[in-house]
Design a binder for this molecule. Structure first.
Ligand code: PLP
Length: 382
């Protein structure tokens, strides 16, 4: 059975070109970038080229890119790093109730350390209004963290405007752009961002490597102390193959972004329309206009999402309920609760996320199979 993968928001396959670029750095080009000899300098050159590639996509300078081990580490470094660097100035942070756990749990932990956190509520489409950010800023606010695009419902936040307000008020602005690379333009200056989190495996790079854009002049306390790698912001011998893979993957993602996003958007719209026509009591979650082009998030009344996901899996279709990090736990999604979805719809929600390899044939098949399973499950309940 040919499998249909519709879970690109969880992770995306490594591109063969990316693997080819990485492979020499496991074996023949194995140097430590800190070495002063030729082998070390060769690895250093590759790391700096990946830094340049990453910076270019963000319209940034190479020295503003810090490589980390994943998106979660980037979020932790941005938030904890700012909190500890600026605690003399203030101990208040602002975020939203729909962030990824990498942000939410870092903020909750900081609360236990004596920091204060305001969790802003989005509207029913998942939009966090710039006005709520402005109104929440206090004299002791040191950081605002609002994600670029939500990993569950795909809503794209007005980060350019939120960043503008933060800059005007002199507050550091962090945005988790992990879901947005290769789908949205991400220019640090336009976003008015001081800190931007990225994760390579979401854009066809390897797992276990991420990056944090740190605008020049932004103060951060490191999480990992040791050697002076990454300009003292993140100690530890660099993951050279991973860094090379991230650089290559982000360059390709940006080069193909517009064409890819447009193709995927059309397929996504076709899927959404077909499912809504076939199951009229279904609901699409997230903003209809301001959403990632690859995201389709449905709620089906009278359906348990686990049963639906298992039935889809039996048909060879991989989808997800809530985010990857919460699947496996029966906790209702914090994002769906925050947008005010009732319990029944929350329980019957699934996320389908398309990607580079998704074909129209796959979407046609999914658009046929999904409504049949939903109706079958609904009839068993009534
Ligand atoms: N932030 C968002 C919005 C995500 O979707 C994810 C992963 O699902 C992360 C952060 C964490 O990234 P990583 O898996 O690289 O730690």
């Amino acid at each position: 059975m040919d499998r249909i993968y519709l879970d690109y928001a969880a992770t995306a396959p490594l591109l063969p070109e990316v693997m080819d670029a990485m492979l020499p750095f496991f074996v023949s080009r194995f140097g430590n970038p800190s070495g002063i000899h030729g082998t070390g300098r060769d690895a250093r050159k590759a790391v700096e080229e990946a830094r340049r590639q990453t910076a270019e996509v963000l319209g940034a300078e190479s020295r503003e890119i810090c490589f980390t081990s994943c998106g979660s580490e980037s979020d932790n470094l941005a938030i904890q790093g700012t909190a500890y660097a600026l605690q003399e100035k203030g101990r208040h942070l602002i975020t939203t109730s729909i962030e990824h756990p990498a942000v939410l749990n870092t903020c909750r932990w900081l609360e236990k350390q004596g920091f204060m956190v305001t969790y802003l509520q989005p509207d029913r489409d998942g939009i966090v209004s710039p006005d709520t950010v402005r109104n929440a800023v206090r004299p002791d606010t040191i950081l605002v963290s609002v994600m670029t695009a939500n990993n569950e419902i795909g809503t794209v936040e007005p980060v350019n405007e939120i960043g503008r307000i933060c800059r005007e008020l002199g507050v550091v602005f962090h945005t988790d752009a992990v879901q947005a690379v290769g789908l949205l333009p991400l220019k640090a200056e336009k976003m008015n961002a001081d800190l931007i989190s990225l994760s390579a495996h979401k854009f066809h790079g390897p797992k276990g490597i991420g990056a944090l854009y740190i605008r020049k002049g932004t103060r951060l306390e490191p999480l990992i102390r040791g050697g002076s790698q990454e300009s003292g912001r993140r100690a530890g011998t660099e993951n050279v193959p991973g860094i090379v893979g991230l650089g290559k993957a982000i360059a390709i993602a940006e080069k193909e972004r517009e064409e890819n996003a447009e193709r995927i958007r059309k397929l996504r719209d076709l899927l959404a329309e077909s499912v809504m026509n076939a199951v009229p009591d279904a609901k699409i979650n997230g903003h209809m206009k301001y959403r990632l082009p690859n995201n389709c998030h449905f709620s089906f009344p009278g359906v348990e999402s686990e049963a639906l996901l298992l039935r889809l899996d039996l048909e060879g279709i991989a989808a997800s309920g809530g985010s990857a990090c919460t699947s496996g736990s029966m906790e209702p999604s914090h994002v769906l609760q925050a947008i005010g979805l009732d319990d029944e719809l929350t329980k019957g929600s699934i996320r389908l996320t398309l990607g580079r390899e998704t074909t129209s044939e796959e979407i046609r098949k999914t658009a046929q199979v999904l409504p049949d399973i939903v109706k079958d499950l609904q009839s068993m309940r009534s």
